[in-house]
Write a protein that binds this ligand. Structure first.
Ligand SMILES: *[C@@H]1O[C@H](CO)[C@@H](O)[C@H](O)[C@H]1NC(C)=O
Ligand SMILES: *[C@@H]1O[C@H](CO)[C@@H](O)[C@H](O)[C@H]1NC(C)=O
Length: 221
């Protein structure tokens, strides 16, 4: 009984939204276990924008944001391939964006947008827009599992150590609409922008497992 109460408390604590302003998730090691699961009550999406900031020295493939449902493993995925290429997948269909300026060991602001009606996806790297490319139409229907740090090859699992993220991630927001170019610019420049209505860094519900740390973002003096 005591154990049950403790477990219930732990579960509800983990689900309490936290304000992570000024903080970052540090993934200090290559593993197939370290992950942050982001939770939301929203389970149907007709459009998506995800913005985050990322710092890494990885050259190999790695996942920046992985959203899976039971029917589509890459229902919404932001994935870095080798070279200067990022891909955005929606409903298991990838669009690749090449020739991006993604220096290692630098914070980058990355926003990916997608609209289920047109099927168009677009990437914004440090406020610079990519081509607009077709992925897939049709809306995302949960149960949704969203993971930072690993790429899902099954609903909530199937992690490949060689696609894991090593570095830091911060300022994760997600909206159920396509954010305007002006609001993306405001996000990039850390000015006033509408906080995510699906995921909000200032009220984030998440569960961490494996070696992940919440740390203060380092400020240069
Ligand atoms: C990961 O990559 C290393 C080096 O390329 C390789 O030896 C290893 O088998 C890979 N592991 C998996 C699980 O694919
Ligand atoms: C998706 O794009 C269509 C036009 O193709 C537009 O009418 C609609 O408002 C957009 N939906 C969202 C949720 O942004």
């Amino acid at each position: 009984m005591k154990l049950l109460i403790l477990l219930a408390m732990l579960t509800s604590c983990a689900a309490l939204p936290q304000n992570l302003l000024g903080k970052m998730f540090t993934f200090p090691q290559q593993t197939n276990t370290a992950q942050v699961r982001l939770t939301t009550s929203r389970q149907n999406l007709n459009a998506v924008t995800v913005c985050l900031r990322s710092f890494t020295d990885l050259k190999r493939d790695h996942s920046l944001f992985s959203l899976a449902t039971p029917s589509k493993i890459n229902d919404f995925l932001i994935f870095k391939s080798s070279g200067d290429t990022l891909s955005v997948s929606a409903r298991d269909v990838d669009a690749t964006f090449d020739g991006l300026e993604l220096k290692q060991n630098t914070w980058h602001s990355i926003c990916a947008t997608w609209n289920a009606t047109s099927g168009l996806a677009q990437l914004w790297v440090d406020g610079k827009p990519s081509s607009r490319k077709f992925t897939s139409t049709g809306s995302i229907n949960g149960p949704i599992v969203m993971v930072l740090g690993q790429e899902q090859d099954s609903h909530g699992g199937g992690f490949d150590i060689n696609q894991s993220f090593v570095g830091m991630t911060s300022d994760v927001h997600m909206w159920d609409y396509v954010l305007s170019p002006c609001d993306i610019k405001n996000y990039v420049e850390d000015r006033n922008f509408p906080e995510g209505n699906v995921l909000n860094w200032k009220a984030l519900s998440f569960q961490m497992s494996g070696r992940v740390l919440i740390e203060e973002k380092q400020k240069m003096c």
